[in-house]
Design a protein around this ligand. Structure first.
Ligand SMILES: Cc1cc2nc3c(=O)[nH]c(=O)nc-3n(C[C@H](O)[C@H](O)[C@H](O)COP(=O)(O)O)c2cc1C
Length: 256
């Protein structure tokens, strides 16, 4: 367990708060790492991938209280159901200070899910599923900071042509399930990536009004409520489905 996690464990009974302040140290470190390894293959290289190679869907997410993470884990399972495609889970770096995390009663993170060593590693993926909780109807700043660290890839359009989907978490209904995904599309547009929504392909449950369910045509979603609500089986099933759907799209794009 990291030092930060153990500090947060000690203070886990503190109340939730707010705030969002990026760590200068972390951002500088990321930028340097980024600048050191500028030679990676282009997006076009993925089109000549050997048919025997496992295709990779990177599931890159930020989750403060675990709701997005629960979708991400189930999404990985869905990706793995498609032969020849594997899902890899990656966390984006935290940008809030330890003090703020303690005030917000943020639980320790699952250390078995690693951060990407560098944003440049994104070029190794054949497709992406990006997950994030909403903040005032848009993606959390931690995720935006991660996208902001991909400037060199953007400059050389290394991710152009790669498919990507979104999944989200909101506290409430009407709190941003759709706007959070919708406003994130600009990230893909500037990279020249292909937005892959799930539409209504999940089936009849997309129209079910008998129970509360996160998720939309833009992608899987969960309602966190006051934080104590957990993803329902339907919300998780949509996440698993989205993983499978993206894996199939990736396979078709790469192998035809
Ligand atoms: C600063 C801040 C802003 C938030 N803004 C919204 C919001 O606009 N709409 C909403 O429904 N929930 C909002 N929430 C609740 C979060 O979206 C919720 O904690 C999150 O979806 C839980 O996901 P996680 O467990 O993966 O972190 C906000 C939470 C914080 C801390």
């Amino acid at each position: 367990m990291t030092e930060m996690n153990s500090a947060r464990n000690e203070k886990k009974n503190m109340g939730k708060g707010g705030g969002c302040f990026p760590s200068k140290n972390k951002i500088t470190k990321t930028t340097n790492k980024y600048a050191n390894s500028a030679t990676k293959s282009t997006a076009a290289d993925t089109t000549v991938t050997s048919p025997t190679k496992n295709l990779k869907v990177f599931i890159v997410f930020y989750s403060m209280y675990g709701h997005v993470e629960s979708l991400a884990k189930r999404m990985k399972k869905g990706v793995g159901t498609v032969d020849g495609v594997e899902g890899l889970l990656y966390r984006v770096p935290e940008t809030l200070s330890e003090d703020v995390l303690v005030q917000m009663q943020v639980p320790p993170k699952d250390d078995t899910i690693l951060e990407l060593p560098s944003p440049l590693e994104l070029v190794d993926a054949d497709g992406f599923l990006f997950g994030f909780p909403t903040r005032y109807g848009c993606m959390a700043a931690q995720m935006k900071a991660f996208f902001d660290s991909t400037g060199l890839l953007w400059k050389e359009q290394k991710l152009a042509g790669k498919p990507a989907g979104f999944f989200v978490s909101t506290g409430s209904q009407g709190g941003g399930q759709e706007t959070t995904a919708w406003t994130a599309i600009t990230q893909l547009a500037h990279h020249g990536m292909l937005f892959v929504p799930i539409g209504y392909t999940f089936g009849a449950d997309m129209f079910d009004m008998d129970s509360i369910r996160g998720g939309s045509p833009y992608g899987a979603g969960v309602f966190a409520g006051d934080g104590s609500r957990k993803a329902t089986e339907t919300e998780l099933a949509v996440a698993e489905y989205q993983g499978k759907y993206m894996a199939a799209v990736v396979k078709k794009l790469v192998h035809g």
